[in-house]
Design a protein around this ligand. Structure first.
Ligand code: ADP
Ligand code: MG
Length: 417
């Protein structure tokens, strides 16, 4: 027994239920969770352990914005692999800075927009930004140029400043090329004499993606980079402990379980998102098995069903035809022993799936757009084959998730639609 409270808890349980700790509890007995919402991906933690330095760096980059607002616009790039805390860092920073600005009487707004959720469309991103200020703004009838113009005028009218965080920027670049980011970084050049109202935080998984941007945009962003390293096991343990305190009832998660989760998440590229998902799932298994506490076996069960790099919501948010293509690809991989397939095989499989669901397959160029997007999201990989083949062929691989699991998931999603 680790703590006296635990002892008393177990004693009461024994007296009431005639059971000892570790044994199964009555199923109608309450859950190990205190507040599951604290394990949501959308929850922004108040304290970001092991990211204090980066938070401070962001503050340094943007300090002028609240010391002398309007003087210049700022651009910062945050990079790091999945689950290194990019989104959480930007959001925490935004909330903190807004609070500070309010104290100083500055109308500073932080808006966090996920480019993937906007389907990588600049138009939808701008629309989302504007409707955050003007909920009734008409959804149709404006070009992106006009929306941008309107946004700046609106900020002028309100004497407001905006930090726009573009999360999962890969998606915007994959969909629109470099123009959108270029326009955003250059907007103040055509506003000579007016205050700088728009600053940017760009968030990317791979810094290599920057190379797709034109040189001047790239150099603007490269000046202020915050790169988030993968979390180590002990950092993950600290992150998990914090979250356990918020989400679970006291003494319901064994230290051994936390250690095991941290170890698994470290192996998956120091991925805190995976760690938190495992923690949640392990809690669910504890509840489902009627246990008093989350034990390592719950973690083992959880790890068999959580895939670290693929997010269900990400797949559910795809367009129907992207899902159909992915379903086709998953089937090819499931039915063969291949590690790589040619894009022509994928296109055929896509056509078959389309037929099955009574959809007309999209044209070849569109098919390629889908592939590029799926690769930008990190769901599959595209490589150009080298030796041994005449000419260049692109090869597709699916290294991150079992094809059978992907097929199962997609079938459910597509059939729901
Ligand atoms: N330093 C940290 N402290 C507490 N929670 C963190 C920390 N870093 C990441 N997280 C949590 O881990 C999960 C993944 O982080 P996220 O910011 O979404 O990663 P990324 O955007 O880099 O993929 C989120 O639930 C987030 O709240
Ligand atoms: Mg993120």
């Amino acid at each position: 027994m680790r703590k006296p409270t635990k002892l008393i808890f177990n004693l009461i349980n024994y007296l009431l239920l005639g059971r000892l700790n570790g044994e199964k509890r009555n199923m109608i007995y309450s859950s190990v969770f205190k507040d599951e919402s604290k394990l949501d991906l959308s929850y922004v933690p108040l304290r970001l352990v092991h990211r204090e330095k980066q938070l401070n760096l962001l503050y340094q980059f943007f300090r002028l914005l609240i010391e002398s607002p309007g003087e210049m616009s700022h651009r910062v790039l945050i990079t790091g692999k999945v689950g290194t805390g990019k989104t959480a860092l930007a959001q925490r920073f935004g909330l903190n800075l807004m609070a500070e600005a309010r104290r100083r009487g500055i109308n500073l707004n932080y808006l966090h927009v996920n480019c993937r959720e906007c389907k990588g469309k600049f138009f939808l991103i701008l629309q989302r930004v504007i409707t955050a200020f003007r909920p009734n703004f008409p959804k149709r009838g404006y070009s992106t140029e006009e929306l941008l113009q309107f946004l700046m005028e609106m900020l002028d009218d309100k004497n407001a400043y905006l930090i726009l965080a573009l999360d999962e920027l890969e998606s915007l670049i994959a969909n629109e090329g470099t123009e959108a980011v270029y326009k955003l970084t250059r907007i103040h050049e055509s506003r000579l004499g007016k205050p700088s109202r728009l600053s940017l935080i760009c968030i990317l998984r791979e810094i290599e993606y920057l190379e797709k941007l034109d040189e001047s945009t790239r150099s603007t962003l490269q000046k202020n980079i915050i790169h988030l390293e993968e979390y180590s096991k002990h950092q993950l343990v600290d992150i998990l402990r914090e979250r356990v305190k918020l989400a679970f009832k006291p003494n319901t998660v064994l230290n051994e379980a936390i250690e095991l989760i941290a170890e698994l998440a470290e192996l998956e590229g120091g991925n805190a998102r995976y760690a938190i998902e495992l923690l949640w799932r392990a809690g669910k298994y504890a509840d489902a098995n009627g246990l008093f506490e989350v034990i390592p076996e719950c973690v083992r069960e959880a790890s068999a069903s959580v895939y670290p790099t693929i997010r269900k919501d990400e797949i559910a948010d795809l367009d129907l035809h992207e899902q159909l293509l992915l379903l086709g690809i998953a089937r090819v991989f499931q039915q063969s022993a291949k590690a790589y397939i040619k894009t022509s095989e994928a296109e055929e499989a896509y056509a078959v799936v389309c037929e099955e669901y009574g959809e007309k397959p999209r044209k070849h160029t569109q098919f390629w757009n889908y592939l590029r997007k799926l690769s930008a999201y990190g769901i599959l990989r595209i490589q150009v084959s080298g030796k041994g083949q005449r000419g260049k062929t692109s090869l597709i691989s699916l290294p991150y998730i079992p094809a059978s699991e992907l097929e199962r998931l997609l079938t459910i999603i597509v059939e729901k639609r």
